[in-house]
Design a protein around this ligand. Structure first.
Ligand code: PPS
Length: 310
């Protein structure tokens, strides 16, 4: 059965998420938690790997202790994770933690039992982030990617997401994206929402295009935000271990093990291209013109500027 979308506080979002909204909204963040929040397809998994590598001093083996979705759980999808999803690596990881009752626990209980500092993932718009993250002044790393590449990546990815509606044509998808009628809502509202809050809250705002162009600089910035000082050697090691090729070939970082009932990657794999400017393979000249015109109107009142790959 294809999933359905609904609207929550102005944001189009999967019914699979709103069904458990009270639990998600009441998520209990703790002092020291780090939240990586993004609009979908903006480089979340890449940033997760970078953060894990920074926090573990580039130790490749430790960062392969479990798949990304177990190491840094996705807070609004915890209830979709069957107990077995969390039963393996993270079970062992948490087994010594007080409160851990074994592999039959649900995702939320596993996350509650994880030792601090936890790194968590979300795609929620800024006003939907559970308030406990702000109450505990948690560090939030936000990654934004240019709209055309995000739409392109999301079109492919949405063909794998089982809790979203059935795939539609590229033409129709692009229209839905522009209207914000896709899971997690409007790209425009999402990127602007965090941009407007970044100086009022503990938010580090990063661009995917900078991660591609100057990974050293971005990784240093993230490390500094996390209170870590990296040697030149360690920095270069993290650049290498978080490169597209390295992550693509690392089963613990490429999301290939994501539960099939949530992501069906039989036709499209998660680590697709990781490129800047891939939109050119999808947009017609007419679509580019219409999109750019709409973009201008959506973004003209904001100081947020993207490097738009021509
Ligand atoms: S998700 O499902 O929303 O959490 O996806 P997300 O991780 O945000 O974004 C997936 C896209 O990021 C690309 N990716 C990378 N690009 C460059 N380098 C590295 N290391 C990397 N890791 C992931 C991934 O390939 C998706 O982009 P597309 O354009 O679809 O390839």
């Amino acid at each position: 059965m294809p999933g359905k979308l609904t609207v929550l506080e102005g944001v189009t979002i999967a019914e699979a998420i709103t069904a458990k909204w009270e639990q998600i909204w009441n998520f209990q963040a703790r002092d020291g938690d780090v939240l990586i929040d993004t609009y979908p397809k903006s480089g979340t998994t890449w940033m997760q790997e970078i953060v894990d590598l920074i926090l573990h001093d580039g130790d490749e083996q430790i960062c392969r202790r479990a798949p990304t979705f177990e190491r840094m759980p996705f807070i609004e999808l915890l209830h979709l994770m069957k107990p077995v999803t969390f039963s393996g690596h993270i079970g062992a990881y948490c087994s010594s933690v007080q409160g851990w009752k074994g592999p039959r626990e649900r995702g939320i209980e596993v996350v509650n039992a994880m030792p601090s500092p936890r790194v968590l993932k979300s795609h929620l718009a800024v006003h939907l982030v559970p308030p406990s993250f702000w109450e505990h002044n948690c560090k939030v790393i936000y990654v934004a990617r240019n709209a055309k590449d995000t739409a392109t990546s999301y079109y492919h990815f949405d063909q794998t997401v089982q809790f979203h509606p059935d795939p539609v044509s590229w033409e129709d998808y692009l229209e839905q994206f522009m209207k914000g009628d896709v899971g997690w809502g409007s790209w425009y509202d999402h990127v602007k929402g965090f941009w407007e809050q970044k100086d009022k809250r503990n938010v580090l705002y990063i661009f995917f295009e900078d991660m591609k162009k100057t990974p050293q600089q971005v990784i240093r910035k993230v490390a500094k935000f996390l209170g870590k000082d990296l040697s030149e050697d360690l920095l270069n090691k993290i650049v290498k271990l978080s490169s597209f090729e390295h992550m693509r070939d690392n089963p613990m970082a490429n999301n290939s093990g994501f539960p099939k009932e949530i992501l069906d990657q039989s036709k499209i794999v998660f680590m697709r291209k990781g490129a800047v400017g891939d939109w050119k393979t999808m947009f017609t000249a007419r679509q580019k013109e219409v999109f750019e015109d709409h973009y201008k109107r959506q973004m003209e009142s904001s100081t947020l500027k993207f490097q738009d790959p021509k």
